[in-house]
Design a protein around this ligand. Structure first.
Ligand code: DP6
Length: 322
């Protein structure tokens, strides 16, 4: 029996579109920060006497697509380890699934670390990251700690993530304003497939050739004045592509747009806060530690905000030793 814990991550330069969907080889490299308050803890047991894999998430046994995806990932690990036993996988999240907080990232990072160890595979961080990527692309970035870059590459082993700075490099915060807990209608996997038909897809790829190094440098320099505008533009570019893909996908709720205007108004009043969004309706408010209390105070009176999740930069995925 092996247990692992992994943090979700928020991307500043995002993964949106696959070159090879079956291997989750992305078109572009991406940059992210691990999130302290958004974790998945997963226990894996390979057992000789059970007929099929069993998946329990937050206390409820799952079947259908959620189970199928975990079985495929376990198959990959079994194949590498030369193992035939089926597994019991028990997983618990510290945050609501399917709401734009990247539950698949922490889920597949924790599953990869726990299942690889339970299967007796001894893999380094790069190999674990590339393996986690096969379960969910953004999970590759939840294996290393702190601030992370995931490299786009044409091969399975070549596309892994690594840390560019440790969690204590910069006291950056991601205060997630949860406006909806409803499970999103279009999952990221379908979103990636729809994106590449957008007429704006190629333009974003070209722009990222200069944007990604600029955002990487802003993270390394702790340069909020460069990072803030760049991450807002990147989030809007992703959603512009989602809205113009085939089929088009609109992830925003009315409350999402209200909050985006609100962030601009707060900034006009001197509050140093910027937004980013994932494939969902919730708004991630990015600021430095010194502004965090003011951002929380500004959010407090808003009826549209169901709850908040206050994140600091977090460390790598790890095994939990008992
Ligand atoms: C918008 O990693 O969830 O959050 O590989 O199909 O599991 P799959 O997709 P996923 O996509 C994340 C998309 C995003 C941007 C990002 O995190 O980079």
């Amino acid at each position: 029996m092996t247990t692992a814990v992994a943090h979700a991550n928020i991307a500043f330069i995002k993964y949106w579109g696959n070159l090879v969907g079956a291997l989750r080889l992305p078109y572009n490299s991406s940059l992210s920060m691990n999130l302290s308050a958004a974790t998945t803890t997963t226990t894996v047991k390979f057992l000789r006497d059970i007929p099929a894999d069993c998946l329990v998430i937050d206390g409820a046994e799952r079947s259908g697509p959620a189970l199928d995806r975990v079985v495929s990932h376990l198959d990959l690990i079994r194949q590498r380890a030369g193992l035939t036993e089926r597994a019991v996988v028990e997983s618990a999240n510290s945050f609501p699934m399917g709401t734009g907080i990247a539950s698949s990232a922490s889920a597949f990072a924790a599953l990869t670390v726990a299942a690889a160890a339970a299967a007796g595979l001894e893999l380094g961080e790069r190999a674990l990251s590339a393996l986690a990527r096969r379960g969910s692309g953004s999970a590759a970035r939840s294996i290393p700690g702190g601030f992370v870059e995931w490299h786009a590459a044409p091969t399975d082993e070549g596309s892994y993530a690594e840390s560019i700075a440790a969690a204590d490099h910069w006291d950056l915060r991601d205060i997630v304003a949860v406006v909806s807990r409803a499970h999103k209608a279009t999952g990221s996997t379908d979103g990636h497939a729809a994106a590449v038909a957008s007429p704006f897809f190629a333009a974003r790829m070209t722009a990222l050739q200069t944007e990604l190094p600029r955002v990487r440098q802003a993270l390394l320099d702790r340069d909020m004045a460069t990072l803030g505008p760049a991450i807002e533009a990147e989030a809007l570019a992703l959603h512009a592509i989602a809205m113009t893909g085939r089929p088009p996908v609109l992830y925003w709720a009315p409350e999402t747009i209200g909050l985006l205007h609100q962030v601009h108004a707060w900034r006009a009043d001197g509050l140093a806060v910027w937004f980013t969004l994932d494939a969902g309706p919730n708004v991630h408010l990015i600021c430095e530690g010194g502004a965090a209390a003011d951002v929380e105070a500004a959010l407090a009176p808003l009826d549209c905000v169901e709850s908040i999740l206050h994140n600091r930069p977090a460390g790598p995925a790890s095994l939990v030793r008992d």
